[in-house]
Design a binder for this molecule. Sequence first.
Ligand SMILES: Cc1cc2nc3c(=O)[nH]c(=O)nc-3n(C[C@H](O)[C@H](O)[C@H](O)COP(=O)(O)OP(=O)(O)OC[C@H]3O[C@@H](n4cnc5c(N)ncnc54)[C@H](O)[C@@H]3O)c2cc1C
Length: 556
Amino acid sequence: MSVAVSANDIARASRWPSVIIVGAGFGGIAAAIELRRAGIDDIRILERAADLGGTWYFNSYPGCACDVPSHLYSFSFAQRRDWSRLCSPQAEIHGYLHDVARAHSVEALVQPNSDVTACEWDEPGCTWTVSTAQGETYEADALVLATGQLHQPSYPRIEGAEEFAGHSFHSARWDHDYDLAGKRVAVVGTGASAIQFIPEIAPLLERLWVFQRTGNWMLPRENRRYPPLVKAAIERVPGLQAFRRRFMFEYCESITLAIRHPRTFGRLAHARSRAFMRSQLKDPELRRKAWPDYTFGCKRVLFSSQYLPTLQRANVELVTDSIARLEESAIVTSAGARLEVDCIVWATGFRSTEFMFPMQITTSTGLDLRGAWVGGAHAHFGITVPGFPNMFVMYGPNTNTSGGSIIAYHEAQASYLRQALEQVRDRGAGAIDVRREVEAAGDRAVQARFAGTAWTRCDSWYRDERGRVIANWPGYMREYFEQTRTLRTSDYRFLGRPHAPSGADSDVAREADGGVAREADVGVAREADGGVAREADGGVARGGARASPQGALADA
Ligand SMILES: Cc1cc2nc3c(=O)[nH]c(=O)nc-3n(C[C@H](O)[C@H](O)[C@H](O)COP(=O)(O)OP(=O)(O)OC[C@H]3O[C@@H](n4cnc5c(N)ncnc54)[C@H](O)[C@@H]3O)c2cc1C
């Protein structure tokens, strides 16, 4: 059967692949830079917000900064030596991302105010159709979902919430127009964001109640501005910046070591944290209240030398009773206390297990990503999902880290997806789809590797409601890099390209007569009508099953 080839098809094949990236945080920008470097230029970055930046656009609360030092929390290929502090403030990080995006000519690819609502894979056409809430529709050969894990603020459900007539906002949507000076404020939550802004706002307030569900294991960090001499040394001494990055990398890996081995290395880290916290919390009653009741490293270990002393200010009270209900101008605690407040700041984190949802991600083969993840999100190296060809997730399931830089993971993921698309292009195929049994084996290996670690010893945002750890990578940064460095083509099946015109390039030309790639070339059975054989319904990939590299994970 011959397939008509239109001018449109020829144009499309010659610039293959076109790529839509959803999300313009560090992940989306990393992917765009990597693809452009490989000569893939047909890229559109759809971003819901008015600007790029993701986390660093939305979080602008007082004191907002990274907690992984900037020389590691930055792109390896765009090292800066003039950071103002060890952990840079939000505005500096946001400015850095803009600078890098501009320098690599991807800033202009960002299309702001584009809220993606649905992505649909058309298997016969090997095309993703992406729709936005603004009524636009786009088509592309490949889809990169770079929506991150921490972009949807989470609010607790509290009785009487609608009755509260005071002011309130989430820490990730800070209301800079609201003057906190002299106000009675309740901060709900004591996680990574809260411990950064509480020391900043406490001196301004008449009264501050800090509602804590669980305490934090803390380690010291002053994070003052670098003295001029230190700054000059970092800027001028050759190799110093690289040394600092390497040192910080190893330091972060040592945190993972402590989390992975709570009975041995974990005890040492725990002792360090305990000594620091005891030195900061002089009042035994406050110490008792602020003390964490779970294994060191189960939740994120927090760095601050300012937070615990702030709890000891005369105008601050740590409240460990839960909130029973809200009234028009007050919070009523489970112990019956009625606290009159002007403002509530929700520092209650993010709907991390939601990933890219409520976006609808479906295929013409009848799959729905929500359905595929009904037992908990999972993806091959957090990047590819069986049955969703040419779709790549950045900072996807099991790629968060408790002791490292997400940006380093982004770089690994960007390189991996670039290799995937190059494979498709070089084979003259239309799409790449991870083999179901490979992804399943990798997922089992990842989950098995959490056994015995601190991550499984308490509830945290790393786990879903079934207790499955779906946010975090179970190992070291270096393991993730090693395992994703080279894409194993045998982990994948390749789908034929539907309308490959002759003359577009040598590989494409081979397929022009049939309209689909030959099975021998691309490793997939094909159907005469231009469609391709698929495995989605049966759920079992053809071809020999082989363990993913994750199966070979070794403990340190
Ligand atoms: C306060 C704070 C501090 C942090 N500090 C560190 C740190 O020190 N070290 C570290 O490693 N990590 C840190 N993190 C984690 C941080 O989220 C990651 O490091 C990183 O910024 C994630 O980048 P991302 O691009 O994957 O996701 P995000 O930065 O969350 O970007 C995702 C983007 O996708 C967009 N988007 C989502 N859905 C849609 C849609 N439907 N349509 C269009 N656009 C959409 C969002 O608007 C957003 O811009 C921190 C997080 C927070 C909240």
